[in-house]
Design a protein around this ligand. Structure first.
Ligand code: UTP
Length: 417
């Protein structure tokens, strides 16, 4: 018979979260056990700490920031390019490479119903963001004569729908046995008083734990183990929403491997001092990405003698890691950042409330916070027009309209894998 354990009741009282079982008596047996199971997975002490963090004064401007050097693809000689390309292709051909697409986000700004990867752009035929990634991987797999294993990170919210989309579309012709889905973890959202929210009377509102959740998810869901079993050495991670992302670029692979980096990423020059993107730098001697919300204006605007931004290399969520990084970072745990979002909830009277302004804290970790666990990383500056066309907003900057245009222009120039 379903029942909230005495232990759980005590815990909820201790943490001031007893309202979560306020409707318990009204629930069906199935709903009761759903709620109990969910309660068991929640780390209330962590949630209390995270709430306390949101109440603390904002930290002072980050100290110990210095510029970080990066390689510039456009400055490489033909010979250098050739060498890196061959080295990268060798790794691909030897089956030592896999790609992970991070598609667990909510895509709130775009507001597309369904997983963001199912969103279609016209270029000029309609194609979904998942299929765009798939085509690039397929073309590269053909080129190197070996299928690149493709891992897709989903969230509890969109996992079933994502898998259905792949099935309905015949996996876009990708070998099914080389496509692996795994779910990232979730964290409860908190209201302005630190209370967890009920999404339903039997369900606590949770959100995906950010793209930094990839490390823990890969470790705990057995993905890291699977990679090793397959003999994978290098792993790409990238978002789903950059229609020019290259999930298997031999130049980056070759560059990192030849220079013995454990991790690396691509950058593009920011379009102006205040572009909404984090930029690479060093903080206390370690690689770091400083967010646009946190960089002091004088650093954002600072230029060198040649007129170039000193902190101008924007991080585009296109990274490569040696497989061991996932072991280490899966255990380490990254810090959580709080953002205020709109979240509907059931109030104490059992009414559903649809807030018209942000009312809840969502906690996310960021993939790039992993960088400072390492002494150095290889950063490769690439050309924006060829590699970066994200879909973030419904209209305006970084929208389907801008992405379609950039995609079409890049396609004219050459086949961009
Ligand atoms: P963003 O941080 O831009 O979030 O994700 P988003 O979900 O696309 O959009 P908004 O902020 O809600 O409007 C960048 C990439 O990281 C993935 C996203 O799916 C996207 O590919 N991501 C983000 C995850 O996989 N999990 C997360 O928890 C967050």
């Amino acid at each position: 018979h379903a029942m909230v354990s005495e232990e759980m009741r005590e815990k909820l009282n201790l943490y001031g979260q007893a309202h979560l079982i306020g409707f318990y008596g009204e629930l069906s047996a199935a709903e009761k056990s759903q709620l109990e199971n969910q309660l068991e997975t929640i780390d209330f002490a962590l949630m209390e700490r995270l709430f306390r963090q949101t109440q603390e004064q904002k930290a002072e401007p980050p100290a110990g920031i210095e510029p970080i050097p990066c390689a510039v693809e456009a400055a490489w000689t033909t010979q250098e390019k050739q060498n890196y390309y061959l080295r990268g292709m060798e790794i691909l051909r030897d089956g030592k490479y896999a790609a992970v697409t991070m598609a667990g986000g909510q895509g709130t700004r775009l507001g597309h119903p369904g997983p963001k990867g199912t969103f279609r752009i016209c270029v000029p035929e309609e194609i979904s963001l998942f299929e765009i990634q798939c085509r690039r991987l397929k073309a590269r797999s053909e080129e190197c004569g070996r299928t690149i294993p493709w891992y897709i990170m989903t969230s509890e919210e969109n996992d079933a729908e994502t898998k259905r989309f792949f099935r309905e579309n015949g996996f876009f012709g990708y070998p099914e046995e080389d496509v692996v889905f795994f779910r990232q973890f979730m964290l409860p959202m908190l209201d302005q008083n630190g209370k967890l929210l009920l999404e339903e009377k039997y369900k606590i509102r949770e959100g995906a734990d950010g793209h930094g959740g990839i490390f823990r998810a890969m470790l705990k869901r057995g993905v890291t183990e699977d990679l090793k079993r397959r003999g994978i050495e290098w792993v790409y991670t990238g978002g789903i929403d950059n229609v020019l992302a290259r999930p298997a670029d031999p130049l980056l692979i070759g560059y990192l491997a030849a220079n013995h980096y454990e991790l690396g990423g691509k950058s593009i020059i920011k379009r102006d001092a205040y572009e909404k993107a984090g930029v690479f730098c060093r903080k206390n001697g370690r690689p770091f990405v400083i967010e646009y919300t946190e960089i002091p204006a004088e650093l954002a605007e600072q230029r060198d003698g040649a007129g170039a931004f000193v902190y101008g290399d924007a991080h585009i969520l296109c990274n490569l890691f040696r497989v061991d990084v996932f072991d280490k970072m899966g255990e380490e745990g990254l810090p959580y950042h709080a953002a205020c979002k709109k979240a509907s909830y059931i109030d104490a009277q059992g009414r559903r409330i649809e807030p018209d302004r942000p009312n809840a804290y969502k906690f996310e970790s960021f993939l790039f916070d992993a960088f400072s666990f390492y002494q150095k990383m290889g950063i490769l500056r690439v050309e924006r027009e060829r590699e970066f066309a994200p879909i973030k907003n419904r209209t305006g900057e970084d929208s389907p309209e801008t992405a379609q245009k950039l995609y079409a222009e890049a396609a004219k120039e050459r086949s961009a894998l």
